[in-house]
Design a binder for this molecule. Structure first.
Ligand code: 5GP
Ligand code: ZN
Length: 114
């Protein structure tokens, strides 16, 4: 819990409950909630509770936590649909990352366009 995570990080504040969100799943390691601007019938964000900036830092910090996120994504897609889903980690501004706390987009609930 560095300065960023305590003061200004949007997803740290959502995890802490300082900003409301629509929770889908939570355990000791991750928090999952519905994206405020869904790009599929089901669009869930899975965020590690530890503050790391992106998926590369997450893999360096704890590879098993990245594997856990894949497992949680599958479970969400099993519950919401039939276990087929798209898992996206935008990494860097040029790739469309706007929140610099690692997060997986889980897109499912329908047949997805390309
Ligand atoms: P990125 O563009 O960084 O990969 O993804 C950030 C995502 O966070 C976007 O899909 C955006 O819609 C979502 N988002 C931004 N602010 C909020 C918020 O306050 N609440 C929720 N639930 N989602 C948010
Ligand atoms: Zn954070």
């Amino acid at each position: 819990s560095n300065q960023e995570s305590q003061e200004s990080c949007l997803f740290c504040n959502i995890i802490a409950g300082n900003i409301p969100s629509s929770k889908v799943y939570e355990d000791d390691l991750v928090y999952a909630f519905n994206d405020i601007h869904p790009q599929a019938k089901v669009h869930v964000l899975i965020v590690p509770k530890v503050h790391v900036a992106n998926v590369v830092q997450l893999a360096d910090h704890d590879a098993s936590l990245l594997a856990h996120i894949v497992h949680v994504a599958n479970q969400i897609a099993q519950d919401a649909y039939h276990g087929q889903f798209r898992l996206v980690f935008n990494t860097g501004e040029d790739a469309g990352q706007t929140v610099f706390h690692a997060h997986a987009h889980v897109l499912t609930g329908e047949v997805l366009d390309e």
